[in-house]
Design a protein around this ligand. Sequence first.
Ligand SMILES: CC(C)(C)CCc1c(C(=O)O)[nH]c(=O)[nH]c1=O
Length: 310
Amino acid sequence: IDLSVTWLGQAMPGCLYNASGVWCREEEELEAVRASAAAAVVSKSATLAPRDGNPEPRYCQTPLGSINSMGLPNRGFDYYLDYARRYRYGSGKPLFLSLSGLSLDDNCAMLRALAEEGLPAVPEVNLSCPNVPGKPQLGYDFAATAEALDAFDAAYPGLYGVKLPPYFDPAHFAAMAEILNRHPRLAFVTCINSIGNGLVVDIDSEAVVIKPKDGLGGLGGDYVLPTALANVREFYRLLPGKDVVGCGGVKSGREAFMHILAGARAVQVGTCLYHEGPGAFARISSELAVLMRAKGYRSLDAFRGKLRTL
Ligand SMILES: CC(C)(C)CCc1c(C(=O)O)[nH]c(=O)[nH]c1=O
């Protein structure tokens, strides 16, 4: 059973890696993911300057997944760029740097710095990054997204990707695809980021479960799987020549199989990784291999994007 993936001119020994934000803020965490059965590593979304993030509790696990309003706590871009400079490709696992600048200028400054370092990692620009206050996140502001991608093309000469928020309307899938398809070096989209601004209520305390934003936070886990699969399948269809990375609701070989069936080139694990730790990658990989063997598939190419309609 071959779980390897070749994309972006790189080979990955498998198809699973972490979702940005989970087990990837500190170098020790990044190294633990790299040393695990994960096939790649992505860092916590970086801002130019280090950030403490929001007051705790800012993350909460629930029976159906997770809710978080971390507030972009990260060590600052130079910390992750330094890690990228020293990153040992010996393990054959690509490194992605997630970027979430607080302004378009910050995102472009980080992209330019990455280019000047000789592209030691592939950027995954987080389109859930904050926009002008009072406006929706960048990924929900189509004009701002179009402008940002033009600026990214000018700032960075290599292949890059974007992390997309979930979309819920065919007109939004079409509008985003039209913009994304203008950018040939935009090589992949990662679908999806958490479903924004959910509210989890604890009936015993009669209170919300996280402190920031009066309890509003991004949802992950079982809550988001159908939305994640829909975004993977729609953008797989709408972005010819680009790769889609599946993210959302993966906790076993079953959901990884679903994401690849929907068209995912590779699959990220977030909420499940937060709770299980990097051992999750070996478990999910073996579950996926068992599932493939039972179905007679010897590689991911044998079923990628082959989700049947009725
Ligand atoms: C939500 C933002 C803080 C604007 C970006 C960082 C981020 C966070 C976060 O750091 O709160 N959490 C997520 O689930 N997804 C994200 O993209």
